[in-house]
Write a protein that binds this ligand. Structure first.
Ligand SMILES: NC(=O)c1ccc[n+]([C@@H]2O[C@H](COP(=O)([O-])OP(=O)(O)OC[C@H]3O[C@@H](n4cnc5c(N)ncnc54)[C@H](O)[C@@H]3O)[C@@H](O)[C@H]2O)c1
Ligand SMILES: [Zn+2]
Length: 672
C-alpha cells in the first residue's frame, strides 16, 4: 500500500465503525442517532472509497451486508430465501444507468417495470405452510431474522390462513409493516397522556411495536402490513411481478394501491414525479420509489450482489428529516401576546430548503420532548408545514444542559408572563403596551364596540406604527393633521373626518373603555358587569382576587387576568396617558343609568336552531350587549324565541305558549 493510501484506509475503518454503530441503533434499538440522509451520506462515502481502492474492501463491510445481527432476546429464524436490501439511486442519472445496463444485459429496447412506493417501515417474512401462517420473522441480517410469529398474528392485515383451494405447500410472503400517520399521532397522544416517551417517527414506532417480547403489547399497536413480494415458494408463481401481486391480493393481503406498471426509465421518472405530488396526501410515510423489472423470468439471470438484487432499484425521495443542533430556545411573542418557544437551529438542509428555526409550540411540548439548548435534535419539514422539532437525540446530549424555562418577564416589553386558565399558552400580560402586541391591541381599541374610531383601519394603523408615530393607544389622541396627511389614501377630507372621530371617541363609557383595553378574558359583557359592579376605574384597579370573584359571572380565571393586567406598570402608564389625553366617561351613577336604559333591558331570549350569520355565542353576546338575557328553556316569561334553521321542540313550545317567534331576519333587525 502506498503512503497516500493510508488516509483512505483510516477513513474506511472509521466509517465502518460508525456505520456499524448506527446500524445497531437503527435496526436493533429502534433509536437512531442520525437522520437517514446522514446515514446514507456516510454509506455513500464508504462505497466510494471501496470503489476507488478495491484493496480496502472487506467481506464484512456494511456496504456488503444487510441490516444488523438480530437481537439475542428473540429466537433466531433463518429465511428460506435471503431477504436482501435494495440498490439505491440518488439521482435521475443513477436510474438511467440502471435501466441502460439492464437493457444491454437483456438485449431489449425497453423494459417494463413495476413502480411502487417505498414504504418506510420494517420488512417481515411470513411463512405459510399448506395455507397456514406458521412462522414470521424480521429481516435481521438478511439471512437470519428475529422470530416474531405471535406478534405477526396480532396484525389484522396478516391473513392467518390463505383462502384458496390449493395453496402452495410452502411459500414466504414479504411485506412492510407500517403505522399509518393518523394511527401514529393517536398512539403518541396516548403515550404522552401516560407520561411515556413519544416515538420519533412512524418507522420507529412500527419497528418498536413489532419487535416486542410480549405480543399483547404488539396487539395494542395499530400496525398495518403492505405486501410487496415473495421469497421461497414450492409452487410456481405467475411469470410477472404484477401477476404475483395480484395473486397476493386475491389471498387477502393488502397490496399498495399506488403500485403501477410503467415503461422504461421515463415511465419510472414520471411515476416518481406523481408520487412526490401525492406524498402529503398519503396516510403512511414513504422514503422512496422502488422500480422492479416486471418479468420475473429474468430475475434469476440478473442475480444479486451481496446486498441487493440487480432487478430492482430504490430511488430516494427528498428527505423530510434531518438532525441538527439547537443553538438556543427563543421565546417569541405573537400578536396576541402568546409566547411560543422557537428553536434557533444550526442551519440544516431538509428537502432542499435550509431550515434555521423550528417551532416548539408551547412549554408543555418543550417539557414533553425535553428539548434543551445545545441538544442534537431531529427536525422535520413536510410540505408547506412549519418545521418542527420531532425529537431529541439523547445519546448526543452534551454534558451540563438544563431543562428549558419559560421566562417570567416578556422578552419584548418586560411585563409579567403568566399562564392564565388551563390553556397550554403563556402570555405577556402587558397587552396595552407590549410592542409585539401593538397592532392587535390598537385594532381592538379602535373597533366599533370599543372606542369606535371610524376610519382608522389596519392599513392606516400599520403606517402609523411603522413610522413610529403611534406606540400605544394614547398616542392616537396626539395625532395631528400633518401626521395623517400624505399617508396612503389620506386626503384633506378623510383626515378631517378621522381627527373628528378620534376626538369624539374621548367621550365614552367605563364599560366601553374597559372592553377597549383588551384585557384577556374580558369581553363586552364582562366589561359591562365590571363597570356596573365597581362603578369606577379606580375601584376596579384596586380590587383584589376575592373582590373580583365576588362579582356575578366573574370566575377565578377572569379575576386573575384582570388583576395581572392592572398589576403591570406599563399598562397603568398607558391608562394614565389615555385619561390625560381627555378620554373620559360619565360618573358611575349616570354610567349605570345609561346601562339600565339599554334597548333590550329586561328582555329574555331563547335561541334555537341554526342562524346563518351568527354563531350561538355571537348571538348571545349581541343580545347581552344590548341588555337582554339568554336562557336555555322556553317558559311563560320568555319574551322572544329566536328560531333559526331546523328549530325543533322549543319552537313548538313557543307557539303553544304564545311567545313571540323571531326568524333570523327579524332578529337581525332587532339587534342591529
Ligand atoms: N438513521 C440511521 O442511523 C440508519 C441506520 C441504518 C439504516 N438507515 C436507513 O435505513 C435504510 C437502509 O436500510 P435497508 O437496508 O433496509 O434498505 P432500504 O430500506 O433502503 O431498502 C430495503 C427495504 O425496503 C423496504 N421496502 C419498502 N417498500 C418496498 C417495496 N415496495 N419493495 C421492496 N422493498 C420495500 C423493505 O423492507 C426492504 O427491506 C436507509 O433509508 C437508511 O438511511 C438509517
Ligand atoms: Zn410583552
Amino acid at each position: 500500500m502506498s503512503g497516500s493510501d493510508v488516509a483512505p484506509a483510516e477513513r474506511a475503518a472509521a466509517l465502518r465503525e460508525q456505520l456499524e454503530q448506527h446500524n445497531y441503533r437503527y435496526y436493533v434499538l429502534d433509536d437512531p442517532a442520525i437522520s437517514d440522509g446522514e446515514y446514507d451520506r456516510l454509506l455513500a462515502e464508504l462505497v466510494d472509497i471501496e470503489h476507488r481502492y478495491p484493496d480496502l474492501r472487506t467481506d464484512d463491510s456494511p456496504t456488503r451486508r444487510v441490516g444488523s445481527t438480530p437481537l439475542a432476546a428473540f429466537r433466531e429464524r433463518a429465511h428460506g430465501e435471503p431477504m436482501l436490501s435494495l440498490a439505491n439511486a440518488f439521482s435521475d442519472a443513477d436510474l438511467g444507468d440502471f435501466d441502460r445496463r439492464l437493457r444491454e444485459t437483456l438485449g431489449v429496447a425497453e423494459i417494463e417495470y413495476m413502480a411502487e412506493p417505498k414504504l418506510d417501515g420494517l420488512s417481515v417474512n411470513l411463512l405459510y405452510e399448506d395455507g397456514q401462517l406458521t412462522a414470521a420473522a424480521t429481516r435481521g441480517d438478511g439471512r437470519v431474522g428475529e422470530e416474531i410469529t405471535a406478534n405477526a398474528r396480532t396484525i389484522r392485515s396478516v391473513p392467518l390462513r390463505l383462502p384458496c383451494a390449493d395453496p402452495p405447500a410452502r411459500i414466504e410472503v414479504r411485506g412492510e409493516v407500517v403505522i399509518r400517520r393518523q394511527d401514529f399521532e393517536r398512539l403518541n397522544e396516548r403515550r404522552l397522556a401516560r407520561a411515556e416517551r413519544p416515538f420519533a417517527n412512524p418507522r420507529n414506532a412500527a419497528a418498536g411495536s413489532l419487535r416486542q417480547l410480549d405480543s399483547r403489547v404488539t396487539a395494542g399497536r395499530p400496525l398495518t402490513l403492505f405486501v410487496f413480494g415473495t421469497g421461497e415458494s414450492s409452487a410456481p408463481l405467475p411469470a410477472t411481478h404484477e401477476g404475483v401481486l395480484e395473486t397476493l391480493g386475491q389471498w387477502g393481503f393488502r397490496v399498495n394501491d399506488q403500485v403501477t406498471r410503467v415503461s422504461g426509465a421515463e415511465g419510472c421518472l414520471a411515476y416518481r414525479e406523481r408520487l412526490i405530488e401525492a406524498r402529503d396526501g398519503l396516510d403512511y410515510e414513504i422514503d422512496g420509489v422502488v422500480y422492479k423489472v416486471n418479468d420475473r423470468q429474468v430475475w434469476e439471470r440478473l442475480g444479486a450482489t451481496a446486498r441487493a438484487p440487480r432487478w430492482a432499484l430504490a430511488h430516494k425521495l427528498p428527505a423530510r428529516e434531518a438532525t441538527t443542533r439547537v443553538n438556543a430556545i427563543v421565546p417569541s411573542v405573537g400578536r396576541t401576546g402568546v409566547i411560543t418557544p422557537v428553536a434557533a437551529l444550526e442551519p440544516v438542509e431538509v428537502g432542499g430548503v435550509t431550515v434555521t428555526r423550528a417551532t416548539l409550540h408551547n412549554l408543555d411540548e418543550v417539557r414533553r420532548k425535553d428539548v434543551r439548548e445545545a441538544d442534537a435534535v431531529m427536525v422535520r419539514r413536510a410540505g408547506d408545514v412549519i418545521p418542527e422539532v420531532v425529537s431529541v437525540i439523547e445519546s448526543r446530549r452534551p454534558a451540563e444542559t438544563r431543562p428549558w424555562q419559560m421566562p417570567t418577564a416578556c422578552p419584548v416589553c418586560g411585563s409579567d408572563v403568566a399562564r392564565i386558565d388551563d390553556a397550554a399558552a403563556h402570555r405577556c400580560m402587558g397587552g396595552l403596551y407590549c410592542p409585539a402586541q401593538r397592532m392587535g391591541a390598537l385594532m381592538h381599541f379602535v373597533s366599533r364596540r370599543a372606542m369606535d374610531i371610524d376610519g382608522l383601519g389596519e392599513k392606516l394603523i400599520e403606517q402609523l406604527v411603522s413610522r413610529e408615530r403611534v406606540h400605544t393607544a394614547a398616542d392616537l389622541y396626539a395625532l395631528t393633521r400633518s401626521d395623517l396627511l400624505g399617508l396612503e389614501r389620506m386626503g384633506e377630507r378623510s383626515t378631517t373626518n378621522l381627527l373628528n372621530a378620534i376626538d369624539a371617541s374621548r367621550d365614552t363609557t367605563l364599560a366601553r373603555f374597559l372592553y377597549a383595553l383588551g384585557i384577556d378574558q374580558v369581553g363586552e359583557v364582562t366589561a359591562r358587569t365590571l363597570a356596573e359592579h365597581f362603578g369606577s376605574l379606580e375601584a376596579l384597579m384596586a380590587a383584589d382576587e376575592p373582590g373580583l370573584t365576588a362579582v356575578p359571572d366573574v370566575g377565578p380565571v377572569v379575576a386573575e387576568s384582570v388583576r395581572r393586567f392592572f398589576a403591570q406598570a406599563h399598562n397603568r402608564e398607558v391608562i394614565d396617558a389615555l385619561i390625560a389625553a381627555g378620554v373620559s366617561w360619565p360618573d358611575p351613577q349616570s354610567d349605570a343609568s345609561a346601562a339600565r336604559s339599554l334597548p333590550l333591558d329586561g328582555k329574555t331570549f331563547v335561541l334555537t336552531g341554526t342562524l346563518s350569520a351568527y354563531t350561538r355565542d355571537e348571538a348571545k353576546a349581541r343580545i347581552e350587549a344590548l341588555g337582554g338575557k339568554v336562557t336555555a328553556s322556553v317558559s311563560g316569561r320568555t319574551d322572544y324565541v329566536v328560531a333559526g334553521a331546523d328549530a325543533g321542540s322549543k319552537r313548538d313550545r313557543a307557539e303553544k305558549l304564545g311567545v313571540t317567534l323571531l326568524d333570523e331576519s327579524a332578529f337581525a333587525a332587532l339587534v342591529a
